[in-house]
Design a protein around this ligand. Structure first.
Ligand SMILES: [Zn+2]
Length: 281
């Protein structure tokens, strides 16, 4: 069931801010389908058309939401494999006031950890909040867009129509972005996922691994928002620390790579989207 739209409190490098609620329409299946279909980047739009052409007219209408459902399913499966590991690593979350450059090194993060342990021993409220697995899946997922989750979340979805004039693109090198209930997967990752899920391409392909890494990464962003006792951390400093925490902090980063490899080696989702849609004919 769609969650009740609510305002979100978050922190922009230390400054407390409030984002007004997203209109309830965008939490419904119809709304999510519309966002996906209207915000698709051209290469993804062309791929969806080619996929639709392979289906009977009766099944075509289900394609968008089946693809989104599969993305969410993979996020949940990857997160379930990593959950105990993530729960432990959450105890090392970056402190809001800690310097990002200092945090981004084995010595600096050890200092942050020591300080954090002291706080957590004396004050239970500094321990990460418990978050149930399913909650890390973002309610609004857009697969294959160049628009940024931030411009969607903050500006474009407060009414029942998309406010086109306030949309912005994702940053050049981003694979995806997440912002308070909204995940926007970029065109490159979405294309790789569809090659795997539809064409049955081998998971040895680098693009597919990167796309799976992105799926997992986006669930971690949401987890950080929900679990951080200091609230969701945004802004250049908060973002840099969160990325270091999830991508380079060892041994967590290597464990995550192993989980992704094991999952992909199982090949469960290879050609799965096509089978699901074709199978229902
Ligand atoms: Zn990120």
């Amino acid at each position: 069931m769609a969650p009740v739209p609510r305002a979100h409190v978050y922190f922009w490098d230390g400054e407390r801010r409030v984002a007004p609620p997203i209109h309830r329409r965008w939490y419904t299946e119809r709304g999510i389908r519309e966002l996906n279909e209207r915000l698709r980047a051209p290469p993804v739009a062309l791929r969806f058309r080619a996929m639709a052409a392979d289906l009977s007219p009766r099944r075509r209408g289900a394609l968008t939401l089946e693809a989104v459902a599969l993305a969410r399913e993979v996020m949940a499966a990857l997160f379930a494999r990593a959950e105990p590991l993530v729960a432990r690593h959450l105890r090392n979350y970056p402190l809001p006031e800690f310097d990002p450059d200092r945090f981004a090194s084995p010595l600096g993060r050890a200092a942050s950890e020591r300080y954090l342990r002291l706080l957590q021993e004396h004050e239970p409220r500094f321990r990460p909040k418990a978050v149930r697995g399913r909650r890390v899946i973002p309610p609004i997922v857009i697969l294959g867009t160049s628009r940024s989750a931030e411009s969607l979340r903050m500006h474009a979805l407060s009414g029942p129509r998309i406010a086109w004039t306030v949309l912005e693109n994702q940053r050049g090198s981003a694979h995806a972005d997440y912002c308070l209930d909204v995940t926007a997967f970029g065109a490159e990752d979405a294309t790789a996922l569809l090659e795997y899920w539809w064409e049955g391409r081998e998971p040895g392909d680098r693009g597919i691994q990167e796309a799976y890494d992105t799926l997992f990464h986006e669930s971690l962003h949401r987890l950080c928002d929900l679990a951080n006792p200091f609230g969701p951390q945004y802004g250049p400093k908060g973002g840099a620390k969160e990325h270091y925490w999830m991508e380079e902090y060892e041994p967590f980063a290597s464990h995550v790579e192993r989980i992704l490899v094991e999952h992909l080696a199982g090949g469960r989702e290879k050609g799965l989207l096509r089978r699901r849609l074709a199978g229902k004919d």
